[in-house]
Design a binder for this molecule. Structure first.
Ligand SMILES: Cc1cc2nc3c(=O)[nH]c(=O)nc-3n(C[C@H](O)[C@H](O)[C@H](O)COP(=O)(O)OP(=O)(O)OC[C@H]3O[C@@H](n4cnc5c(N)ncnc54)[C@H](O)[C@@H]3O)c2cc1C
Length: 168
């Protein structure tokens, strides 16, 4: 879990950032700050996605930092798996115990795939010199290759299917 800065510090950081990126590089007294909603970055997973008649999926079940686009993607993969389980029960092909299996499998995918990948993504962008990262970081090297190699690009895209398929 990452600490949340106080409102004053967050406002200072935002104002500095706005000055850097907005046209005219405005100072804080040149605009009115209406609202902000700081986002608390977390890597968390519920101890189970299933209790009684309650089933968890997506952010209710697990959260990760947004770098790498694994949050919604992992949530959609949860729901796809849950749909298959519920359909199996509806068609009489499985009993209720398959929901516990859903919980175990999806938790394992979070632990084995989503959590480590998103932690790596966070480290990749936060703990490297941006001027050197493009040359030194293995993942950025793969991205560069994908930009000029269509087959490799498709291969990289398909790797995302691990979120859905690796344990099903
Ligand atoms: C800054 C940021 C960037 C992100 N970028 C990406 C990305 O690029 N790719 C990616 O895959 N994921 C990304 N994510 C993660 C993604 O947004 C979430 O994983 C996804 O939205 C989770 O979907 P969800 O349906 O579980 O929850 P939510 O999208 O949070 O939906 C829950 C809904 O329930 C409603 N709700 C809450 N309490 C109640 C209540 N008591 N009664 C009724 N309704 C209620 C909320 O208003 C909300 O609409 C990002 C997240 C953040 C914060």
């Amino acid at each position: 879990m990452y600490p949340l800065l106080c409102r004053h510090c967050t406002t200072l950081i935002l104002c500095n950032r706005y000055e850097q990126i907005l046209p005219g590089h405005p100072k804080p007294h040149e605009y009115r700050f209406v609202n902000m909603n700081p986002y608390k970055m977390q890597q968390r997973c519920a101890p189970s996605f299933h209790k009684g008649r309650i089933i968890l999926a997506a952010d209710a079940a697990h959260v990760c930092n947004p770098f790498g686009g694994l949050g919604l993607t992992g949530g959609i993969a949860d729901v796809g798996s849950l749909y298959d389980c519920l359909l199996g029960i509806h068609k009489g092909l499985a009993d209720d115990s398959i929901i516990e299996k859903y919980s175990q499998v999806r938790m394992q995918i979070y632990k084995d795939v989503i959590d480590p990948m998103s932690r790596d993504n966070f480290r990749r962008i936060s703990q490297q010199d941006p001027d050197e990262a493009g040359e030194k970081d293995e993942f950025f090297q793969l991205c560069k290759k994908a930009a000029i190699d269509e087959d490799f690009s498709k291969e990289m895209c398909m790797a995302g299917l691990m979120l859905r398929l690796s344990s099903s």
